[in-house]
Design a protein around this ligand. Structure first.
Ligand code: PNS
Length: 159
């Protein structure tokens, strides 16, 4: 069984993330979207809020689950019996950091492969940072985050 973990801060989950989830769900038997801790970021939404957002938007994918984890990603992957880590790549600027992380994870757990999916060109500009910025100024964020969570994102962030 091919099990993949799709990790990220998801602060909040965007349509770009959801596009990667949709495509990963066709490639793997099971995909676990894992809200993880990025020690260099200070998220606006709590771990619980971000995980709840993920849970609310993956409903139509029968083989996708939401989880959260504060620890090493490879330990989480092993605990789930996952043999793949999925990451999305938007631009060359993502590559250097993602390449380093993939090499590190490979050192820690050689049996787990990192698979990169290129972002759909519709979403190459999109990030959680942009979604938060739009929400702060009360912009129409249904173009950048799933509609199921748009209201809650606006309620928390708009000035
Ligand atoms: O969406 P992000 O912030 O780019 O996701 C980065 C994340 C959370 C996937 C990464 O920081 C991570 O894997 N954190 C878990 C801790 C870990 O395993 N660190 C070693 C690899 S950086």
């Amino acid at each position: 069984m091919k099990i993949a973990v799709y990790p990220g801060s998801f602060d909040p989950i965007t349509l770009g993330h959801l596009n990667i989830i949709k495509r990963a769900s066709r490639l793997f038997d099971k995909v676990i979207v894992c809200v993880a801790v990025n020690s260099s970021k200070r998220p606006r939404f709590s771990m619980e809020e971000r995980t709840d957002f993920v849970r609310r938007v993956i409903g139509k994918y029968g083989n996708v689950e939401a989880a959260s984890f504060d620890g090493l990603l490879v330990d989480f992957a092993k605990s789930q019996g996952a043999n793949f880590i999925v990451k999305g790549l938007r631009a060359v600027s993502d590559f250097e950091m993602e390449f380093q992380i993939a090499l590190l994870n490979k050192k820690l757990a050689p049996e787990i492969e990192t698979v990169f999916l290129t972002a759909d060109e519709k979403y190459t500009y999109l990030s959680s940072t942009i979604a938060r910025e739009m929400a702060m100024y009360n912009a129409d964020i249904s173009k950048v985050v799933p509609r199921e969570i748009a209201r809650d994102v606006l309620d928390k962030l708009s000035k």
